[in-house]
Design a protein around this ligand. Structure first.
Ligand code: DP6
Length: 334
């Protein structure tokens, strides 16, 4: 009744922004991401036979409030499934999780955390590996976590069913498909963002007049980028990722009150990317709901891209490449 899993974060090239169902975490549109190595989160889950309160520890401190509630909810779902499928009676759980990158990196550490939790909790409950069930469970913790169960290039299909059973992510190409691809996170700001993604996307859906156009366009962009990824066409992938990031930020800027996640340094990096491209360096950007740009480039231009973000105030550059699947490991955290 104890298992440990390791999962990687991911960066969306076509973003998820907006839910059609807040409780089940069902998106209005499909999205597509790259799983990021070498960064990872490790999570151990142990169920006891005793009833009682779940214990949740994240990065060395006992979790409270919303953070704890989201984990406890996910554990509840595992218990309910186990009771139905395996007739197993699971008591209180002990969950310990640790990431090897700072939450402030601007990369959603919650995606890797909920993916590792889904894999570890299901294994601890006695289930065999099942990437679809794990993706659905991870999604209930955090939408983007559904895309961190499998490695490489992953599409989260929005699904149509009201119960969410067809809303899960699937791998399109594994991490060996494009080993030359580099993704560099430029940390231009470490400040906690004012509006969290969850609240920002809710407000955008409710108040931005551009929201329906965003959702429709993202669905089309997912289809297009799959073809570019298949051919490993960095220019076409980069152009799509930039356009999609701009459109996500544009629809968020259209919310009331407006949501601006960018900082002056962010715009500095974006302009410098264009300039470098004019000089023949293949570098493009994407942006989550925060100020830290993620640059897309190839191994040969990695140094130039890292210099670029440093020159625009990045205190740190986190260098990533396509990472692998979430996996069970033998060494437990506690
Ligand atoms: C901008 O998955 O963190 O990073 O489902 O509310 O937990 P919740 O949101 P979350 O949102 C991620 C938004 C994004 C784009 C993306 O990763 O697709």
């Amino acid at each position: 009744m104890k298992a440990t899993a390791v999962a990687h974060p991911n960066i969306a090239l076509v973003k998820y922004w907006g839910k059609r169902d807040e409780r089940l975490i069902l998106p209005h549109q499909s999205s597509l991401s790259v799983t990021l190595g070498p960064l990872s989160v490790t999570t151990t889950v142990e169920f006891s036979v005793e009833r009682g309160e779940d214990f949740v520890e994240l990065n060395g401190r006992v979790a409270e409030g919303t953070e704890r509630k989201r984990v406890v909810e996910a554990l509840k779902l595992v218990r309910a499934d186990a009771k139905q499928a395996l007739k197993a009676k699971l008591g209180a759980a002990r969950m310990v999780s640790k990431g090897d990158f700072p939450a402030s990196a601007g990369l959603a550490s919650s995606a890797a955390a909920f993916a590792a939790l889904a894999v570890a909790a299901r294994a601890a409950a006695g289930f065999a590996r099942d990437v679809k069930a794990e993706s659905i469970l991870a999604r209930r913790g955090s939408g983007s976590a559904s895309r961190s169960i499998e490695g490489g290039f992953v599409r989260w299909n929005r699904g149509r069913r009201p119960d969410g059973k067809d809303s899960f992510a699937e791998q399109l190409f594994d991490e060996a498909h494009w080993p030359d691809l580099r993704l560099l996170v430029g940390m231009v700001s470490r400040e906690e963002k004012e509006v969290k993604s969850r609240d920002g996307m809710r407000s955008t859906v409710d108040t931005s007049p551009y929201y329906p156009a965003w959702a429709k366009d993202a669905e089309v962009e997912v289809k297009g980028i799959v073809r570019h990824l298949e051919r490993r066409d960095l220019e076409a992938v980069g152009e799509t990722a930039e356009r999609n990031a701009w459109r996500m930020h544009a629809t968020a800027l259209g919310a009331n009150p407006p949501l601006c996640y960018l900082k002056p340094e962010t715009l500095g990096v974006i302009q410098a990317c264009r300039e470098l491209r004019r000089q023949g360096v293949g570098v493009w950007f994407t942006l989550d709901a925060g100020p830290n740009p993620v640059l897309l480039t190839s191994a040969k231009d990695e140094e130039r891209a890292a210099e670029l973000v440093r020159a625009h105030g990045a205190s740190e550059v986190v260098r990533c490449h396509p990472g692998g699947d979430a996996r069970l490991v033998a060494q437990h955290l506690s």
